[in-house]
Design a protein around this ligand. Sequence first.
Ligand SMILES: Cc1cc2nc3c(=O)[nH]c(=O)nc-3n(C[C@H](O)[C@H](O)[C@H](O)COP(=O)(O)OP(=O)(O)OC[C@H]3O[C@@H](n4cnc5c(N)ncnc54)[C@H](O)[C@@H]3O)c2cc1C
Length: 311
Amino acid sequence: MRALFLAASNSKWLREHGVRAGFVRRAVSTFMPGETFDEMLVAARALPAQGLASVFTRLGENVADLAEAQAVADHYVDGIKRIRFLGLACEPSVKPTQLGLDIDRASARVHLQAIAAQAQAAGRYLWIDMEQSSYVDVTLDLTEELRATYPGVGVCLQAYLHRTRADLVRMLRIGAGVRLVKGAYLEPPAVALAQKSDVDANYIGLGRTMLDDRARGGGSRIVFGTHDTKIIDHLIRHARATRVPAGDYEFHMLYGIQRGEQARLAAAREHVRVLIAYGTYWFPWYMRRLAERPANVWFVVKSVFDGGRRR
Ligand SMILES: Cc1cc2nc3c(=O)[nH]c(=O)nc-3n(C[C@H](O)[C@H](O)[C@H](O)COP(=O)(O)OP(=O)(O)OC[C@H]3O[C@@H](n4cnc5c(N)ncnc54)[C@H](O)[C@@H]3O)c2cc1C
């Protein structure tokens, strides 16, 4: 089932037809407040009342046109200015291939620098997403280059990759922020753990290393991007045992997923951010959300009937 949805996420035909289907659009609204920056802002502005901060990301990947990459960079720069103006505790998260990495690495680097400069001026941290395994080296190199000028930059690492422990050590050594996730793409066994139980165990091992580094006074921002309550509870227990105070590590979760857990953690004074995605290019991203939890297909089925009732 997971492989099926991840294959669908790469289908151009499904993407073009899927986004037009009313029932798919209704189903995706569970995970996305809307397609525009303004709709994202409405959702982000409602979160502080619940003790939650936010991260924003405009959906898009593998941009194949330099003008489009420039437009994406301008969008983020402008978005950061608006967030600063509103005084909102919201941080940008970007995908390098959305900034034209597939076409020209040098111009993707220039775009990242422009976004990082604006984020630094606004006192906001910049997160860099991790995409397929073929992009890991270049993404880490870009992160390291950026950090030389803009220290407030962190990167996502994926627990399903065999290589991640070495990458984590490298990022902790340079003080880069790390957002640890399980990993959302279809990867071959040569590069990624195939069993979910192995990914979960590796996540816990890597998460403990991140907390241990923090306990030793490491300067990296430590973020656990997961909705897995068992892993969250394990890491909180480890933080307490190693005297790492809440606030020295964070949990980031996706908008619309585990809302009860987000509220529970915030009420327990843990630091939680909600990543809000928006934009028109949501189909591959939505397929990855279905792959994570095939039970989500029921939202799609339900929305067919809800739409039918409305008609
Ligand atoms: C803030 C954040 C940033 C991310 N950035 C990246 C990135 O840059 N690169 C990347 O490869 N991946 C990224 N991901 C996705 C990540 O790799 C996982 O695919 C995703 O988080 C699901 O894994 P999990 O840790 O929640 O654990 P799982 O074991 O998949 O889920 C644990 C529980 O959480 C709930 N849950 C999880 N997913 C869903 C869902 N889609 N719908 C409903 N309930 C769900 C279910 O109750 C499930 O039992 C990100 C995730 C988060 C939270």
